[in-house]
Design a protein around this ligand. Structure first.
Ligand code: HEC
Length: 224
């Protein structure tokens, strides 16, 4: 059986609960005001204003027009720098002036034939006024491609030296250019020599592996 102390304690507890209940306000009257009010308005469901739609349409229209006017046709060479570099070689390379290339290539010849093309008496024949330089272009090309040795008469003087071959060192274009250059310099006035002619001579004399003699060279004709 519960002792007296316990009974008193549980009685006190009930009393304090009742007191607490009495202090807690009733929720129904408390929320009445809230329930009476309309629902709070919410953002986000109202229609887009017409002026805004028109504004965006105008903006999009202007942007489209701007791109159309300033796009450069969307050409790859305007937009893709790699396409730009890739496109470069397709363009035909700027042709080099044969006289410029020829003057440069002539630096191979000046030690012997001299800057002014006069050669060195008794050792290196002159290019100025030479019968070879101003003669048939295919013989001149053949001379350059394979070299020359043995006795040689140029402008009435006799030489007997070694003219090196240039076929293995210079390209057709360079040989044509240097021949064009010497035929138009030092007072010479013979027509230019084309790379195509040099190529033809190179092919026609492909089997040759020694320098020309004067007699051999003077018999050389393209196409037999
Ligand atoms: C190492 C000296 C040397 C060099 C370099 C040289 N030649 Fe010659 N060249 C000679 C000699 C020597 C002869 C004469 C060959 C002979 O006696 O059979 C000759 C002959 C010639 C001839 C025919 C003869 C004449 O005077 O017309 C021509 C043309 C010629 N050379 C052009 C050139 C050209 C162009 C170059 C440069 C690409 C060149 N030579 C570089 C030494 C040289």
């Amino acid at each position: 059986m519960p002792d007296e102390k316990d009974t008193r304690r549980s009685g006190e507890f009930r009393l304090s609960l009742e007191a607490a209940e009495r202090k807690t306000p009733d929720v129904i009257p408390l929320h009445r005001a809230v329930m009476r009010e309309m629902a709070e308005p919410r953002d986000g469901l109202e229609p887009v204003p017409v002026w805004l739609i028109l504004g965006f349409l105008a903006l999009a229209g202007w942007a489209g027009f701007y791109i159309a006017m300033n796009s450069g046709g969307f050409a790859p060479d305007q937009y893709n720098e790699r396409a730009l570099f890739a496109a470069k070689p397709a363009e035909s390379p700027k042709p080099v002036d044969p006289m410029v290339l020829g003057r440069r290539t002539f630096s191979n010849c000046v030690t012997c034939h001299q800057q002014n093309g006069e050669g060195v008496e008794g050792a290196f024949p002159p290019l100025a006024g030479s019968e070879f330089v101003n003669g048939p272009p295919e013989q001149l090309a053949a001379l350059l491609l394979h070299g020359m040795n043995g006795p040689l008469r140029v402008k009435g003087a006799t030489y007997n030296g070694e003219m090196p071959e240039w076929g293995s060192k210079l390209k057709d274009e360079q040989i044509a250019a240097v021949l064009t250059f010497i035929r138009a310099s030092f007072g010479n006035n013979a027509p230019p020599v084309s790379p195509g002619l040099v190529r033809q001579v190179r092919e026609a004399t492909a089997s040759r592996n020694r320098p020309w003699t004067e007699a051999e060279l003077k018999q050389f004709r393209l196409g037999g």
